[in-house]
Design a protein. Structure first.
Length: 305
């Protein structure tokens, strides 16, 4: 008697094999797409930028890769080893890592390469915090939905496969909104921390044969642990209490603490919503207390504990 083979998990072996092959295909498409997009972006910038600005852009790209590795701080291992983790926690961890990496890249690039491109990038990064969350969400939703519809139509006509809402229906949209809105929050403490590092340390490191990247790794990063922690805390608190952009861009069955409180409050379940609201307030007080302690301790004549 013939029949469909069953795997140890109870699922048909053919279905498992098909899922594995599909996952490998999408992984290959993702990696190839990222390489092609990077090449296209670099080609465009090579045509429109001056040689000095192009060198600064290449430097920023290199530092961004290094910063992404540095600021991970073992969060990936913690996520993998944790048995239960919410999608909102994954999104917050990803935003914190990506935000600090980009902020560290812009701050350090502004320190070592004072070009027009770097100054323009810093000003553009600071504009997102001034945009209301609702305006930002609508501004992102329209182009992302257009890209999703175009990709879905192309895949349907070419391969007969529907891709669905890859960008606007996933965590990509809300992560991009958080990055645009809260990048200035991470850039401020990191920039202030870099300004407190004496330029003489850079000159001494260069004299001893260190490059710009090795100076960042061996000299600046040990001195920036406190600003990096402050930036991570501020981005986490802002992401946790952001409501308008989250309501408009979140995927289905995705809840944050702010949306949870909003849903209960809209149904007049104020007692159930009070715990989440108090949690948001207490989490928002933590950076305020830390900043107050740092400001009070940095004043002349402050008592040393």
């Amino acid at each position: 008697m013939t029949g469909t083979s069953i795997s140890s998990s109870g699922a048909p072996a053919g279905g498992v094999r098909q899922k594995v092959v599909t996952g490998l295909v999408w992984l290959l498409v993702q990696n190839a797409g990222l390489k092609l997009i990077t090449l296209a972006i670099f080609t465009v910038f090579a045509r429109i930028l001056d040689p000095s600005d192009l060198g600064a852009f290449a430097f920023v790209t290199t530092v961004l890769g290094l910063a992404g590795i540095v600021v991970d701080q073992g969060l990936s291992e913690a996520v993998v080893q944790r048995r239960e983790i919410w999608p909102s926690q994954l999104d917050a961890l990803f935003v914190i890592n990506l935000g600090i990496a980009v902020a560290l890249t812009l701050g350090y690039a502004r320190r070592v390469a004072r070009t027009r491109f770097i100054r323009l990038a810093g000003r553009v990064a600071a504009l997102g915090y001034a945009v209301p969350g609702t305006v930002l969400a609508i501004g992102l939703l329209i182009p992302l939905a257009g890209i999703d519809n175009y990709v879905d139509g192309f895949m349907r006509s070419t391969f007969g496969v529907s891709t669905g809402l890859l960008l606007s229906g996933s965590l990509f949209a809300i992560t991009l909104a958080y990055m645009i809105r809260f990048l200035a929050v991470a850039l401020a403490p990191i920039g202030a921390g870099l300004d407190r590092v004496s330029p003489n340390l850079d000159a001494a490191a260069r004299t001893l044969g260190e490059s710009a990247l090795s100076s960042l790794w061996r000299v600046h990063l040990p001195l920036l642990m406190a600003p990096l922690g402050a930036a991570a805390l501020l981005v986490f608190v802002d992401c946790m209490k952001e409501l308008p952009a989250t309501l408009l861009l979140r995927p289905f069955n995705f809840e944050t603490l702010a949306t949870h409180v909003y849903s209960l409050a809209s149904m007049e379940q104020l007692e159930q919503a009070s715990l989440g609201a108090l949690t948001i307030v207490l989490a928002g007080l933590v950076p305020v207390l830390l900043l107050h302690e740092a400001i009070a301790g940095g004043r002349p004549g402050a008592s040393q504990r």
